[in-house]
Design a protein around this ligand. Structure first.
Ligand SMILES: Cc1cc2nc3c(=O)[nH]c(=O)nc-3n(C[C@H](O)[C@H](O)[C@H](O)COP(=O)(O)OP(=O)(O)OC[C@H]3O[C@@H](n4cnc5c(N)ncnc54)[C@H](O)[C@@H]3O)c2cc1C
Ligand SMILES: NC(=O)c1ccc[n+]([C@@H]2O[C@H](COP(=O)([O-])OP(=O)(O)OC[C@H]3O[C@@H](n4cnc5c(N)ncnc54)[C@H](OP(=O)(O)O)[C@@H]3O)[C@@H](O)[C@H]2O)c1
Length: 261
């Protein structure tokens, strides 16, 4: 008999951040499911959840939990016209979800030389890949400083901000050696003291460096971009002019990117 390429798992918990738009889901972790922070799983659902038939639709989801943490956790948008995400959002504890045995992805902290400053720049649910890295003590030990930038449409979409502020409070200690900066930037609502602008605008006009109190020196800084593919394309073009480039064979580079669609 051929071995299955996936396992059947159980939904343990669903948490809604923004009704109908953003949720997190905890799922039982398959045995021998190993990954690095920033990698993603392929989740599968069957056409008829109630009959537990085999999966017919699959989507990529970055892990939120750290490599040594159980259960698995995923953070998801609900695209109303999407095929997968509304069905994911309709799951309840006890329901079945499938997980491919293989993990994927190269947006991991170990792709860069250690030291210096690591910028984690996300729009929307692109945050999830960074949460997994931040849930891994190795990331905190590898860099002197970590700067997390989260661009969202509205304030209520700043999911996980309490957890992130806990890291902020405990950063620069033996447990979390790197210093940590967190900038939450909504574009369709204002937060006092935060410019209501897209991240790309703030990179281009130099404001992001000022807000983070860290010049974008390509020799000391490494940048990750994750989320909206248009943001990635625009940011890559701007950062290229500032001396940032994705690594090539044998050269780790100082830029890494992951498109979510
Ligand atoms: C490497 C990788 C990792 C991913 N990790 C995550 C994750 O951790 N969380 C997550 O929510 N999604 C993630 N995605 C996207 C996810 O795989 C699905 O595309 C998404 O959940 C929507 O599925 P769908 O079938 O409902 O719509 P789809 O048919 O897949 O997408 C329809 C449209 O919805 C929009 N869209 C898709 N995904 C997003 C998103 N995340 N945010 C905003 N708009 C979106 C795009 O316009 C897309 O064309 C990831 C994708 C990739 C390639
Ligand atoms: N279920 C619902 O009720 C509901 C409601 C709304 C949306 N949605 C779904 O959510 C999806 C959007 O998700 P999202 O808001 O997380 O993602 P998003 O559209 O990528 O927006 C997230 C952040 O990225 C910014 N951004 C977008 N394009 C950019 C670019 N080229 N350069 C720089 N920044 C850019 C946005 O700024 P701007 O604000 O300037 O665009 C916003 O600050 C829609 O496709 C829709 O399917 C669902």
């Amino acid at each position: 008999m051929t071995e299955q390429k996936y396992t059947r798992q159980k939904v343990l918990q669903v948490r809604e951040w923004v009704p109908g738009k953003l949720l997190s889901i905890k799922v039982s972790r398959p045995d021998n499911f190993k990954f690095k922070g920033g990698q993603y799983a392929r989740l599968g659902l069957s056409n008829k959840i109630e009959t537990d038939t085999e999966p017919s639709i699959w989507r990529a989801y970055s892990m939120v939990n750290g490599p040594d943490q159980t259960p698995l956790e995923f953070y998801s948008i609900v695209v109303p016209e999407g095929e997968f995400s509304p069905r994911l959002a309709a799951l309840n504890p006890g329901d079945t979800i499938y997980i491919d045995n293989t993990v994927f992805g190269f947006l991991t902290a170990d792709r860069f030389e250690p030291g210096g400053t690591l910028w984690m720049i996300a729009t929307g649910t692109g945050l999830s890949a960074y949460l997994s890295m931040l849930n891994d003590p190795a990331t905190w030990a590898a860099f002197d400083q970590i700067i997390l930038i989260h661009g969202v449409r509205t304030k209520d979409e700043l999911a996980y901000s309490e957890e992130i502020r806990q890291w902020q409070a405990n950063s620069g200690t033996q447990a979390l050696p790197a210093t940590f900066v967190y900038l939450a930037i909504p574009t369709r609502e204002s937060i006092p003291g935060v410019p209501q602008e897209r991240i790309t605008t703030l990179i281009e006009n130099g404001e992001l460096e000022k807000l983070a109190h860290c010049p974008l020196d390509p020799d000391r800084n490494k940048i990750m971009l994750c989320g909206n593919p248009e943001m990635l394309a625009d940011a890559r073009a701007i950062l290229k002019k500032k001396g940032f480039a994705v690594g090539r064979r044998g050269n780790p580079g100082n830029l890494a990117v992951e498109n979510y669609w």
